[in-house]
Unconditional design. Structure first.
Ligand SMILES: [Zn+2]
Length: 774
């Protein structure tokens, strides 16, 4: 009998056995309803069908379009009465293939109007004990008279019919706005500015009693065009407070009139610097433009303190122009200290800028502008070169909020000057985060109203990388007042930091793919979990090279455009050839967690003596005497030490000594040279990995050997595709294995590590630990 025929016969016996097993498994799966639950199935049901606007590759389609909104605005601040007045002219351009009968304009200030339903969106109850301040704020304070007062909506003086529904205003058009056409109209408005220290609110003022001044950080301050696109039609989902914004790009010309003694900065390029700067400020500004190592102070602390004592009655108008921005914000106060430095981004100079009251020092003069500069460098290297000419960090109590080129950040030393590590790293982290938002969502302009994670998650992931870079660039920052850190102490991003959330009460966890108004634990859901998932994807699943290339591809494809989650998911696969549907499905569409363990390890031996178990298996296929049957006469039998046949089959020596028929088979069929190249089985293990957790992940394993060496091995995630509960691995090892550890470097956010080690480590009970200590 020739070898080929022989082998195929034996194989067919064993394949029969295997397929019988497989059939049983399938029947069982069907019974349990597993058939359609395969975690590797592609996301066809969840993803929108690709079309001419968005391709299956995740890139913009050949008919991709976006509408634009240009603004010309005159803004006046009435500091004494904390009111803001504005007149704006919007030019809205319809690049869509659709005729638009009306336009939707967002009136975000209306969330603070007296009858705002947002105030009653949560159930409310009384706590047994409440701090006086929050009791007064919640139950006793007079209702704030916020919200837009819309004085007129008109086109060249001719009133336009409009309807206000909470935070949305529909402007009806006489004629539909046809594809390719623009519509120009004007709105006149004013509103009472809120104290942002009361309820944060992303915008407002802080009042400083000591010197009777306010510092304003102003945003969502003008009626803004909503987005119309191929995904949502008009995105006019109301602003309830959690889901942020969906905004079209446009060009802005904005004049802002404030008291003469205010220092002001805003989105866009300052057009009348010579008019609003003193000679000294201009000289310092010229110096700052070439200062790459350290910030140059434009308004010093001394000067700011002198300004605090003024109370100008005259005004000054600051003029700005911005191109391709999706929003506009500004900060103004007589309290502001101002510093700047230059940072090279590619071959372009960008100004890193900070504005802060003296209350922020010395923390702010030391670190704010440096953090801005470093963030622009890191983000640019991972995405695209920062395209704007400046980025400003403004200090505002309890704020962490982003706008194009400008953001508000918390972090203030105690009144006695002490700076805890919590305050210091909190301040640097929030600056890195909010400056980072210039990339996501200010430029990679996702729909925040619908997908909080697309800006916060991508940005928090990049924040983690930037923080680590910042710690390397400025090692002195790692020396804290409480302790010295080995690396920048990032709050989010490390897999181990997400474990408590992932293993928490499932009743209070939502999938990442949930609208931000509906999620539980928004911080963990939209920031920490997606950031960690991307970090794990980069470090453990894809590897840095494939991930970084794909992430950069996504950023560049969607720079100055409006991506959806699918555009991101698809691009990450398209640019890497790594199927990730299982990863998106598990991490983004479910609340499953990672828990993989070692269930059992069997140590096998081989013999040529037919074992009881082996014979029983062959008998099922009609082979009654395996040693006589040509198909099985030199078969190899595997058995464990507790097998009843062990004593009779085993004798001292190398594993092959107990399998003479295998040796004969080798001699008959191979040359000595070929045999020498073969692996010699010394230790034979069958390891069962189980998976109590719902998420599938590659199995990362460390084998420790009796000779003191160790080795790390990874089994691809695909190992779970036909059995979601447990998988086995048969291993021929040269060395004796003494310890097996799953996820030895804690890369996967495994929520229960007590099952990760074999042999099981004795866990001391809390009671025993207590006894031992005492
Ligand atoms: Zn954010």
């Amino acid at each position: 009998m020739n070898i080929m025929k022989y082998t195929s016969l034996l194989l067919s016996v064993l394949v029969m056995a295997a397929s019988a097993y497989a059939q049983e498994e399938t029947a069982e799966d069907k019974q349990e309803g597993h058939t359609n639950q395969n975690k590797f199935r592609q996301l066809y049901d969840e993803f929108a069908t690709p079309n001419v606007y968005r391709t299956a590759s995740g890139a913009p389609g050949h008919q991709y379009y976006q509408n634009t909104a240009d603004y010309e605005m005159d803004i006046t601040l009435d500091d004494e009465n904390t009111r803001l007045y504005g007149e704006e002219t919007i030019t809205y351009t319809n690049n869509s293939p659709d005729a638009l009968d009306y336009l939707w304009v967002m009136l975000d200030q209306n969330i603070r109007s007296k009858n705002s339903p947002a105030k009653e969106k949560n159930s409310s109850e009384f706590a047994p004990v409440t701090p006086a301040e929050s009791f007064v704020n919640s139950h006793m304070a007079p209702e704030f008279e916020g919200g837009f007062n819309i004085k007129s909506v008109h086109q060249d003086g001719k009133p336009l019919p409009h309807t206000i529904n909470f935070t949305m205003m529909r402007v009806d058009l006489e004629e539909p706005l046809m594809p390719g056409q623009s519509f120009e109209f004007s709105i006149e408005w004013d509103y009472l500015i809120n104290d942002h220290t009361v309820n944060r609110g992303r915008s407002g003022y802080e009042y400083f009693e000591e010197d009777d001044n306010r510092a304003y950080v102003i945003a969502q301050f003008f009626p803004r065009m909503a987005v119309y696109n191929d995904k949502e039609g008009w995105q006019n989902y109301q602003f309830w407070g959690n889901g942020e914004w969906s905004l079209p790009f446009g060009n802005y010309e904005v004049s802002i009139t404030v008291p003469e003694d205010h220092v002001l900065d805003a989105t866009g390029e300052l057009q009348n610097r010579k008019k609003v700067f003193s000679k000294t400020m201009l000289d310092r500004f010229e110096k700052a433009k070439t200062s790459y190592k350290e910030p140059v102070v434009i308004v010093t602390e001394e000067e700011a303190i002198a300004n605090e004592k003024k109370n100008a009655t005259k005004t000054k108008t600051w003029e700005f122009k911005a191109e391709m921005v999706r929003d506009f914000g500004f900060a103004t106060s007589r309290k502001f200290i101002w510093d700047m430095m230059a940072v090279k981004v590619g071959d372009k100079d960008v100004m890193a800028v900070s504005l802060y009251p003296k209350e922020g020092n010395p923390l702010w003069e030391d670190w704010s502008t440096r953090a801005v500069a470093s963030t622009l460098e890191t983000y640019s290297s991972f995405t695209f070169k920062y395209p704007y000419h400046k980025a400003i960090s403004v200090h505002a109590k309890s704020q962490g909020m982003e706008y194009p080129m400008i953001c508000w950040n918390y972090g203030r030393p105690d009144e006695d000057g002490f700076i805890s590590d919590r305050v210091k790293f909190g301040m640097m982290s929030v600056i890195i985060h909010e400056i980072g938002h210039n990339f996501f969502p200010m430029i990679v302009n996702s729909d925040e109203r619908q997908w909080g994670w697309m800006d916060e998650g991508l940005n928090t992931f990049m924040q983690y990388l930037s923080e680590q870079e910042f710690g390397k660039k400025y090692p002195e920052v790692l020396v804290g007042n409480n302790e010295t850190f080995e690396k920048y102490p990032s709050r989010r991003g490390e897999p181990s930091k997400i474990v408590n959330y992932m293993k928490g009460d499932q009743d209070f966890i939502s999938p990442i793919m949930t609208n931000p108004e509906q999620v539980y634990q928004l911080g963990n859901n939209a920031y920490a979990k997606p950031a960690t998932a991307l970090n794990i994807l980069r470090e453990t699943v894809m590897g840095e090279d494939l991930f970084d290339y794909a992430f950069k591809t996504f950023s560049q494809r969607w720079m100055f455009k409006h991506p959806t989650p699918e555009d991101f998911f698809r691009t990450m696969e398209d640019a890497s050839a790594v199927d990730l549907d299982w990863y998106w499905r598990g991490w983004f569409y479910t609340t499953d967690y990672v828990d993989i363990g070692v269930k059992e390890v069997k140590n096998y031996f081989i013999t040529s003596n037919p074992t009881t178990e082996g014979k029983a298996l062959l008998a099922r296929y009609g082979i009654d005497d395996p040693s006589k049957d040509p198909r099985t006469k030199d078969a190899v039998y595997l058995l464990t030490a507790d097998s009843e046949d062990f004593e009779s089959s085993m004798k001292e020596g190398s594993p092959l000594d107990n399998a003479p028929k295998l040796q004969e088979y080798l001699m008959d069929n191979f040359t000595q040279q070929e045999i020498n190249k073969m692996k010699q089985p010394k230790h034979i293990y069958e390891i069962t990995f189980n998976k109590p957790g719902g998420l599938v992940m590659p199995i990362l394993v460390e084998f420790q050997y009796a000779d003191g060496t160790s080795e790390q091995v990874r089994y691809p995630v695909q190992v779970w595709r036909k059995n979601d509960n447990e998988v086995k691995k048969a291993i021929f090892s040269e060395k004796e294995i003494v310890k097996i550890t799953v996820d030895p470097n804690q890369e996967t956010a495994d929520v229960d590590t007590s099952n990760n080690v074999w042999p099981r480590e004795e866990t001391t009970s809390e009671f025993e630990a207590f006894k031992n200590e005492n």
